[in-house]
Design a protein around this ligand. Structure first.
Ligand code: SF4
Ligand code: ZN
Length: 761
C-alpha cells in the first residue's frame, strides 16, 4: 500500500466530509430538516447511501446520520514518519468520501445547483428532466446530465446483463488535448462501453474538450456528462449500486454483496486524466471499494493486487511515456490498457466496415452540411424489406449491389435505394420478419458517420463526408446486416443474404413487393386479436426492480414500457427459451368482457409471488394489470367526469388529477393492483381492447397533447371505429385545462360522451 496515496486519500476524505457537514448545517438552518431531498427519476432514494447503509433518505434531516457515519470512517492523516498506513484505512476514507459526495450532490439539488448548468451546452437525446428515452433532438437547456434515471438504467441494463454492453468507464479530469479526449471516447464507444464524464484539471474538463470538438454527449451516444467537478463522479457509483439492486436482486444495506457484485459482474474502471488531487485520490479510493481499478495518465504510485480489485488497484500510465507513433495511438493504447486491467473480455462484433462501429454510434446525427449523400427523405425513396427464404435458396454472406453506387451523385445529393435482406434458418418463422426487419435501423445506425431514421418504405439514410472519405459505400450496409444478424440472432438465423438496389426498374419492382408485404403484415397484426391466439406472453424483465410485477402481453395489449409486443415476445421466447418472455396458455376464458383467463391468473399468482390473485386484461376498475415503473402512460379515473385521463411520461405539466406524472407514477407502480389507476404502453390506447370492460376509448376525457400529436392519424381511426369521428377534439389536454372544474366544463361544452355513459364505478 502506498503511503503517499493513503495520505492523500485520507486527507481528501477529511476535507470533503467536512464540506458535507458544513453544507448540511447550512441547509438545515436555511431550508429546514423536513425539506425533501432526492435525485430525479429514481426509486432508489440516494442510491449509494441506500446501498451502502440501507438508509432511505427523503429529507434533509435524514442526512445527519449519513454525515455522522462518514465521520466515523475517517482515520487520522498519517504523520510523516513511522506510520504505515493500511489499505483498510484508505478504503474507509474512500467510502466516507462517497457518502459525503452523495450528500453534497443531494443538497445541491435543493439549491438548484444540479444538474450543472453549462452555457451553450446541449445534450443529445433527453435529459433526466425531459423524457430520457425519446431519442429526439437535443434539448437546449444547457444542463449537463446529472444522475442517470432508472428507466435509462433499465434500458441499458438489458445490454449490460447480456454482455452486449461490457460496462462503464468513469473518466475524471481533462485529457492532454482535445484530440486525445475525442480519441479516448471513440475507442470506448467502439467497444460499447458506457462513458461517464466528470471532473476537471484547473477548471478545464474533458466535457469542455468534447463539447468544443462537437462530440455529441448524452444517453444516445453512451457518453454521459455528469459534471465538471470531481464530486459528480458519485453518479457513476450510484449507477453501480443500482445495477446490483436492479439486476443482482440485492437490497439496500447489503453493502458487502453489492460491492462484490460490482467487482465480479460490473466491468468498470476509473480513468483519471491529468493531475490527481486529494479529492480525486479519495474518490478513487471509493471506487476501489467496488473493485473498480483506477488508471491515471500521470505519474502516481501504483497499488498492486491485494484482492479488492481483480488485478491492480491503481495503475500509472504517464501519457507521454505510452508507446505509440503519436498521441492518437497513445490514447488508443491507454484505453486498451484500461480494459486489460479490468480483465474482462470485450465482445466486439467485428463488422467489416471502414468506419468505427458500435451501438454507441446509434444516436449519431449526420447534419445536412456534413452529408455526402442521402437515401430517402425529401428527394428520394429508400426502403428496406426483410423476408424469409428457404435455406437452399440463398447464399450466406452474399452481398450484391444492383445498379450504380453513389460516385456520380453530386455532393449532398440524393439517390433511391432498396435494401433487401433474405434470411433463412431452421427456426426462422414468417412472424419474425418484422421483428428482424426493425433491427435494420439499429444495425445500420451503429456505423459511425451513418444515420438511419424510419423503417419500411420511409427509411432515410445519410452517409457523412467523413464516412465516405474513409471508403464507406452502399455495399457496407450489407456487411453490417450480415454480421449483426448472425451475432444477435444466431439462434434463429443461419443464413443472411443482402441485395442493395439502386437500379430504377428493379427498385420500383421490389418497392411494390415490399409494400404488399407491409400491408399484409399490417393486416395480420391488425387482424390479430386476443381471441385469435391461444397463448399470451409474460414479461418479467422488470422483476429485478419490481419483484412482483409481471406484464401480460397479448396481441391487443403490448407491454407497458412499449418495447415489447406479442410478436416481439414470441420471437424473444424462440431466441431465448428460458428468458423473461414465457408463453402463457390462456386456458379457460372465465370472463370474455373483463378478460379473465384461468391460465393468466395462474401465471400471475406464481410470478407475482402470490401477491396478485387475478388479472383482468381489459379493465382499469377491477384487478387491473400491475405496473413496474417503466410505463409510457398512466391512465387514471377522474370520478367527476365519469371518464379517465391518459397522461404521457413526456408530459411534465399538471394533470386534472391534481398531480404530475412523477407523483402519479409512485401510485401506479411497484407491482401492486390499484383499481382506478394503471400504467400502460402508448399504443394500447389504440387497441379495441383498451379498457374495453369499462367502456373503452370513449372514456378518455383528457389526454396529454403530445400523445394526440404523436398518434394523430391512428387516433382519428379510433374515433371513427368508436362511432364518433369528432371524438378527439372533444378530449381535453393540458393546453385546455389542468383542473377538474375546467375539464367538466369543457366536456359539457363539447358534448363529450363520457359523462352520459353508465357510471364507471
Ligand atoms: Fe418491463 Fe413490462 Fe417492458 Fe417487460 S414489458 S420490460 S416487464 S415494462
Ligand atoms: Zn418496468
Amino acid at each position: 500500500m502506498s503511503r503517499y496515496i493513503a495520505t492523500r486519500a485520507i486527507r481528501g476524505a477529511h476535507a470533503i466530509v467536512g464540506e458535507a457537514a458544513s453544507m448540511l448545517d447550512k441547509a438545515l438552518s436555511e431550508k429546514g430538516a423536513d425539506t425533501p431531498v432526492s435525485f430525479p427519476n429514481t426509486a432508489y432514494y440516494l442510491p449509494l447511501i441506500l446501498g451502502m447503509t440501507g438508509r432511505e433518505i427523503t429529507k434533509v434531516g435524514d442526512l445527519q446520520s449519513v454525515v455522522e457515519q462518514a465521520k466515523g470512517l475517517l482515520h487520522p492523516v498519517p504523520p510523516d514518519r513511522r506510520w504505515t498506513p493500511y489499505l483498510g484505512e484508505t478504503l474507509d476514507s474512500g467510502m466516507a468520501t462517497l457518502l459525503a459526495e452523495e450528500t453534497i450532490m443531494a443538497l445541491r439539488f435543493i439549491y438548484g445547483l444540479q444538474p450543472e448548468l453549462m452555457p451553450g451546452f446541449a445534450l443529445a437525446g433527453g435529459t433526466a428532466f425531459t423524457s430520457p428515452d425519446n431519442g429526439s433532438g437535443p434539448s437546449a437547456d444547457g444542463h449537463l446530465n446529472g444522475p442517470i434515471d432508472d428507466i435509462q438504467l433499465r434500458s441499458w441494463g438489458i445490454q449490460l446483463v447480456d454482455g452486449r454492453m461490457p460496462g462503464f468507464a468513469a473518466i475524471v479530469g481533462c485529457a492532454k488535448t482535445n484530440e486525445v479526449a475525442v480519441k479516448i471516447v471513440r475507442e470506448l464507444q467502439r467497444r460499447n462501453i458506457l462513458t461517464f464524464l466528470s471532473g476537471n484539471v484547473n477548471g478545464r474538463s474533458i466535457i469542455h474538450q468534447l463539447k468544443e470538438e462537437g462530440v455529441e454527449l448524452g444517453y444516445d451516444t453512451y457518453t454521459v456528462p455528469f459534471g465538471t467537478d470531481t464530486e459528480s463522479a458519485i453518479y457513476a457509483l450510484g449507477f453501480a449500486v443500482r445495477s446490483a439492486l436492479t439486476f443482482g436482486g440485492m437490497k439496500g444495506g447489503q453493502a458487502r454483496n453489492i460491492l462484490l457484485y460490482n467487482k465480479n459482474r460490473v466491468f468498470a474502471f476509473v480513468l483519471a486524466l491529468g493531475e490527481v488531487d486529494d479529492l480525486k485520490y479519495a474518490t478513487a479510493a471509493g471506487a476501489i471499494n467496488f473493485g473498480f481499478p483506477v488508471i491515471a495518465d500521470t505519474i502516481i504510485p501504483e497499488i498492486l493486487p491485494t484482492g479488492v480489485t481483480t488485478y491492480e488497484h491503481v495503475v500509472s500510465m504517464p501519457f507521454n511515456e505510452i508507446e505509440g507513433a503519436d498521441d492518437l495511438e497513445r490514447a488508443e493504447r491507454l484505453v486498451q490498457k484500461c480494459i486489460e486491467i479490468r480483465g474482462v473480455k470485450v465482445r466486439v462484433t467485428e463488422v467489416p466496415v471502414p468506419v468505427p462501429y458500435g451501438s454507441a454510434f446509434e444516436g449519431e446525427v449526420v447534419r445536412k452540411t456534413d452529408m455526402r449523400v442521402e437515401f430517402g427523405g425529401k428527394h428520394s425513396r429508400a426502403f428496406e424489406y426483410l423476408l424469409m427464404a428457404d435455406l437452399d435458396e440463398i447464399e450466406d454472406g452474399k452481398i450484391e449491389l444492383v445498379g450504380p453506387a453513389f460516385d456520380d451523385v453530386p455532393d449532398q445529393g440524393a439517390m433511391d435505394l432498396g435494401i433487401i435482406v433474405k434470411v433463412a434458418g431452421r427456426k426462422m418463422e414468417k412472424d419474425f420478419e418484422p421483428v428482424l426487419e426493425r433491427q435494420i435501423h439499429y444495425f445500420v445506425n451503429g456505423a459511425s458517420g451513418i444515420q438511419h431514421i424510419g423503417q419500411r418504405d420511409i427509411a432515410w439514410i445519410r452517409i457523412s463526408h467523413a464516412a465516405a472519405e474513409k471508403g464507406f459505400n452502399v455495399k457496407h450496409f450489407g456487411e453490417i446486416l450480415h454480421a449483426r444478424f448472425h451475432a444477435e440472432f444466431g439462434s434463429i438465423v443461419d443464413k443472411v443474404q443482402v441485395t442493395i438496389l439502386t437500379e430504377p426498374a428493379l427498385h420500383a419492382e421490389w418497392l411494390a413487393k415490399a409494400r404488399q408485404a407491409y400491408e399484409e403484415r399490417n393486416v395480420r397484426i391488425g387482424s390479430m386479436t386476443d381471441e385469435s391466439v391461444d397463448t399470451f406472453y409474460s414479461c418479467t424483465l422488470c422483476q429485478s426492480f419490481a419483484p412482483n410485477h409481471v406484464c401480460m402481453i397479448s396481441p391487443e395489449r403490448l407491454g407497458l414500457c412499449g418495447a415489447y409486443n406479442w410478436l416481439d415476445c414470441k420471437a424473444s421466447y424462440q431466441i431465448n427459451p428460458t428468458g423473461p418472455n414465457q408463453p402463457i396458455k390462456k386456458q379457460t376464458n372465465l370472463d370474455p368482457v373483463k378478460g379473465y383467463y384461468s391460465g393468466v391468473n395462474e401465471f400471475a399468482l406464481s410470478a407475482s409471488h402470490q401477491q396478485v390473485q387475478e388479472v383482468s386484461m381489459y379493465s382499469i376498475m377491477e384487478n387491473p394489470m400491475t405496473a413496474c415503473g417503466c410505463f409510457e402512460c398512466i391512465a387514471m379515473v377522474i370520478p367527476e367526469t365519469n371518464g379517465i385521463m391518459v397522461l404521457s411520461r413526456e408530459d411534465t405539466s399538471m394533470s386534472p388529477a391534481g398531480m404530475t406524472f412523477s407523483t402519479l407514477a409512485g401510485m401506479a407502480g411497484g407491482g401492486l393492483q390499484t383499481p382506478g389507476i394503471m400504467g400502460h404502453g402508448k399504443f394500447y390506447i389504440l387497441s379495441p381492447k383498451f379498457i374495453s370492460a369499462d367502456g373503452g376509448f370513449k372514456r378518455v376525457v383528457w389526454m396529454s397533447s403530445i400523445l394526440k400529436e404523436q398518434m394523430a392519424e391512428q387516433l382519428k381511426e379510433v374515433a371513427i371505429r368508436e362511432g364518433d369521428p369528432d371524438l378527439i377534439e372533444k378530449i381535453a389536454d393540458e393546453r385546455v385545462c389542468t383542473d377538474v372544474e375546467g375539464l367538466v366544463a369543457y366536456l359539457a361544452e363539447k358534448n363529450h360522451p363520457a359523462p352520459n355513459m353508465p357510471p364507471i364505478f
